[in-house]
Design a protein around this ligand. Structure first.
Ligand code: SF4
Length: 246
């Protein structure tokens, strides 16, 4: 399995939880705001030393709420991930998976094997934020919606993250996504940021759409108006950021 590293104790990767976080390489999307794009593209990656990871996890298990896997898109390496999760389960550590929810078949296999206790995913306007041609983006959006249904079918709690962009209409997609969720969930609004706090894949895109202002409060009001529990990440603390030096 290709990784770019892990952090044995993290307070910023799952809302309100302490995690042992592992970053896996590769991704099937090309999001323009992606601040982990080097990992997503398989750069700065090396083979995972599974035994070293499990030893370190065992040592810090008493401190953490979840073993959290992010990337990149972890399900790109789903077979190896399933075997890693089986090893983590033997340590009695709950497992959290951050996925873009478009690789539904692999996701369902891991859920069916009872290997995932918590899911985090981004709900994002596909044609603007998947970074792919429109037709491919819309196909992947349908898979994402199906992914929300599968997570609901298995009753896995969900952290629904919404990357908030400036000057971009996202609400129709958010409404469509919310209609598919029938499991416990809360929303984390992640205002998109660029340099110097992060290193986005597409800086020209980011100069037009990062650093939202009124959009964050507008979304919070709409979601809270629907009775949804909402948290807002402060600028500079996006979930799962592979910060320099980690
Ligand atoms: S933001 Fe997530 S889904 Fe998008 S390219 Fe980056 S790692 Fe992949």
């Amino acid at each position: 399995m290709l990784t770019s590293g892990w952090k044995s104790v993290s307070m910023v990767d799952v809302h309100g939880k302490v995690t042992f976080t592992l970053w896996l390489c590769g991704c099937n999307l090309r999001c323009p705001f992606c601040h982990n794009w080097r990992i997503a593209e398989g750069l700065d990656c090396f083979p995972l030393d599974e035994k070293a990871l499990l030893d370190e996890l065992e040592a810090s298990a008493f401190l953490i709420d979840y073993f959290h896997v992010t990337g990149g898109e972890p399900l790109v390496q789903w077979r190896e991930l399933g075997s890693l999760f089986a090893g983590v389960k033997l340590l009695d550590v709950p497992i959290s998976l951050n996925t873009n929810l478009t690789l539904v078949g692999p996701l369902e296999k891991l859920l069916k094997a009872d290997l995932v206790n918590h899911i985090a995913t981004d709900l994002k306007a596909p044609t603007a934020l998947y970074g792919l041609p429109e037709k491919a983006s819309l196909t992947l959006w349908k898979l994402f919606l199906r992914g929300l249904e599968v997570v609901s079918d298995y009753g896995v709690p969900l952290e629904l993250r919404i990357p908030v962009a400036r000057n971009l209409e996202q609400w129709p997609y958010i409404e469509e996504g919310l209609r598919r969720i029938k499991t416990d969930f809360y929303v984390v609004l992640n205002p998109l940021v660029g340099r110097p706090l992060t290193n986005p894949r597409n800086e020209a895109w980011c100069s037009e759409h990062c650093w939202p202002a009124k959009e964050v409060e507008e979304l919070r009001e709409k979601l809270e108006g629907l009775g949804i529990e909402v948290y807002v990440n402060q600028f500079g603390t996006p979930n799962d950021t592979k910060l320099k030096g980690i």
